[in-house]
Design a protein around this ligand. Structure first.
Ligand code: AMP
Ligand code: ZN
Length: 473
């Protein structure tokens, strides 16, 4: 198998990735906090994680992915109280909206989507272990992690907390802590908050504890890859490392992969700037989800990505180049045996895409290989040198690499379009047949009317010696 290299946040180097168990890989990805609709920044991270998942599988590994749903935390509790709803009733529509967004962007399903509220016993068990081992203490019905007991705290993010108010006893976040640096594992319930019974009284888990307990439940005490956006590195993932390794005495995660943020018009997304879009808002503005997916997968995950309406238009144009090649190829007639140029181009595509992905998921290089194929095939079409079986071979080669990109086949997205604009493939074929009949009986007014009608729906028609062909414009 090809050597795979990833940039590991733990150690901050590009290193060879060797899964703990040969041939298989376990991935934990921090999921959404379901107090509202995901914004497109969140979705960039989720699409990246999908790209990682598909790449690992393309490179020959069997993937087990877990993505949690944070359905209890400060924000979900506060918002559900404001809305006068139970936590479950409040989060349910946002969980549904999250899965709809994943589907819209053709994100493959993870193997497990555990919900925090369904794993409270596992969290309590882990906190008990930390207490037994002296890594935690109880204070007023809450439990805190004792950072002073963890010698290499900061190993993931590189943060040095040694200068920060060590040993001072402070009331922070309304709870009494031994040390300002300590973080909460279990929060005592306040009046009117949803709570669960525990050895320390009624309360709820801290956010970091949720991910440690759920990842270990599904992937074991040590596993291969843990992902999230860069904002997750500190404190969330640092605290996950501290509590998990203190509880088990084993390395928690081998490779930490963090994706950079999505910016909007060059600025950080924020409520105050009013640039925090949801996917549904973008769809309402007529933006194609396929172009959004292309934009997300085309940028390197370790670079900030600037979302602008121009960048989405550029993404749509890039896809158009692939679609046009498909269209021309489908209408090209076969002359002679298979083209040697196409054989070589297909061979190179597979190699180049796999090499680019294995090199820390170099998406732009992988896509450059796709466009090289597009150029090569266009040349062969222009030369009238498309040979027997070439059309099928090119389409199969595109489908093979599209297992990773999930965006290259317009047919995969057509159904979504059909639902949106109401004109199904069958309807289009039917109208084209009517147009042919009109032409045959020399009723050109009628045949032109049908063509205009289709064009009005964004359907482009090209008459070829083999008959009319159509595509969505
Ligand atoms: P949350 O729902 O806030 O827990 O975030 C879900 C995921 O989205 C996390 O992995 C975050 O790191 C990620 N995330 C948050 N903001 C952005 C952003 N602007 N761009 C990319 N990812 C983000
Ligand atoms: Zn998490």
């Amino acid at each position: 198998m090809r050597e795979i290299r990833f940039y590991n946040t733990l150690g901050r180097t590009l290193e060879t990735f060797v899964p703990l168990q040969a041939g298989a890989v376990q991935v934990y990805t921090c999921g959404p906090t379901v107090y509202g609709h995901a914004h497109i920044g969140n979705l960039r991270t989720f699409v990246f994680e999908d790209f990682l998942r598909r790449s690992l599988s393309y490179l020959g590994l069997e993937v087990t992915q877990v993505m949690n749903l944070t359905d209890v935390d400060d924000k979900t509790i506060q918002r559900s109280n404001e809305a006068g709803l139970s936590l479950d009733d409040y989060t349910a529509p946002f969980i549904q909206s999250f899965f709809e967004d994943l589907e819209t962007l053709h994100v493959e399903r993870a193997e497990h989507y555990p919900r925090a509220t369904e794993h409270i016993p596992e969290m309590i068990a882990m906190i008990e272990t930390l207490l037994e081992k002296g890594f935690a203490y109880v204070s007023d019905g809450s439990v805190f992690f004792r950072i002073a007991a963890d010698d290499d705290y900061g190993r993931l993010s590189g943060i040095d907390l040694s200068q920060q108010m060590r040993g001072e006893r402070v009331a922070s976040d309304e709870y009494e802590k031994e040390d300002a640096r300590d973080f909460v594992l279990w929060k005592a319930a306040k009046e009117g908050e949803p709570s669960w019974d525990s050895p320390w009284g009624l309360g709820r888990p801290g956010w970091h504890m949720e991910c440690s307990a759920m990842s270990m439940k599904y992937l074991g005490e040590s596993f291969d890859i843990h992902c999230g956006g860069v904002d997750n590195i500190f404190p969330h993932h640092e605290n996950e490392v501290a509590q998990s390794e203190s509880a088990t005495g084993k390395p928690f995660v081998k490779t930490w992969i963090h994706s950079e943020h999505l910016m909007v018009d060059g600025a950080k997304m924020s409520k105050s700037l009013g640039n925090q879009y949801t996917l549904k808002e973008l769809l309402e503005r007529g933006i194609e989800p396929r172009a959004i997916r292309y934009l997300f997968v085309s940028a390197h995950y370790r670079q900030k990505l600037n979302f602008t309406f121009d960048s989405v238009a550029a993404a749509a144009n890039a896809l158009e180049r692939v679609d046009k090649m498909r269209f021309r190829l489908a209408s090209a007639s076969e002359n002679g045996g298979p083209s040697a140029t196409i054989t070589a181009a297909i061979e190179r595509l597979g190699q180049d895409v796999a090499n680019a992905l294995a090199n820390d998921l170099n998406a732009s290089e992988a896509l450059a290989a796709v466009f090289q194929l597009v150029r090569d095939v266009n040349k062969v079409i222009e030369q009238g040198a498309v040979g027997q079986g070439d059309r099928e071979r090119v389409i199969a080669a595109l489908a093979d690499v599209d297992r990773v990109f999930g965006v290259l086949d317009p047919g995969d997205w057509q159904q979504d379009d059909d639902a949106a604009d109401g004109l199904s493939d069958e309807a289009i074929e039917g109208l084209l047949a009517d147009r042919q009949a009109a032409r045959k009986s020399r009723d050109f007014a009628e045949s032109d009317r049908i063509r205009d009608e289709l064009q009005g729906q964004g359907i482009l028609i090209e008459d070829t010696p083999q008959g009319p062909r159509w595509r969505r414009g």
